[in-house]
Design a binder for this molecule. Structure first.
Ligand code: DQA
Length: 151
């Protein structure tokens, strides 16, 4: 039995999934991905809250609000992955376990996508499996929380 509450955060341009560069990001919309995650959450017996924003400060605010409300964060920060010290600092500040996910394999793409400001403060990163990255990431995060809280 887990009953953890998990914040699922999506950053800029991920609201365009489905129509955005489908050869890279696939044909599923963000709603499709969130629905799939909700189904998975029922099986894992965890609660999810899913948000998307194109604004760095709004994402920082969501991360701050996770204090005392969520035990884990699943994040695809989109392009902010590669630029945002503010999002990294917010995640470090709340000190809630975070798993980073990407639809595409960021290491097979342009050099500027190879660095993540989140990776070294995350429990782990999953990159390159399309929508499946989110499902795998959720499993990894729940597993991590279960083993941490069991100690
Ligand atoms: C992304 C990869 C980022 O480099 C890009 O800016 C995105 C999406 C992914 O899910 O593959 O917006 O995070």
């Amino acid at each position: 039995m887990s009953n953890f509450s998990i914040l699922v955060l999506n950053g800029p341009n991920l609201n365009l999934l489905g129509q955005r560069e489908p050869t890279i990001y696939g044909h599923l919309t963000l709603d499709d991905i969130n629905t799939m995650l909700e189904e998975e959450a029922v099986k894992l017996n965890v609660k999810l809250s899913c948000f998307q924003s194109n604004h760095e400060g709004v994402l920082v605010d969501y991360i701050h609000q996770s204090l005392n409300n969520y035990q884990g964060i699943l994040i695809n920060a989109g392009a902010y992955t590669h630029t945002s010290v503010a999002i990294r600092d917010a995640l470090s500040g709340v000190a809630i376990p975070v798993v980073e996910v990407h639809l595409s394999n960021i290491y097979r793409r342009e050099d500027f996508r190879h660095h993540s400001y989140i990776a070294d403060i995350a429990v782990g990163q999953i990159s390159g499996f399309g929508a499946e990255s989110y499902r795998l990431g959720l499993h990894g995060l729940v597993n991590h929380l279960q083993s941490t809280f069991r100690k």
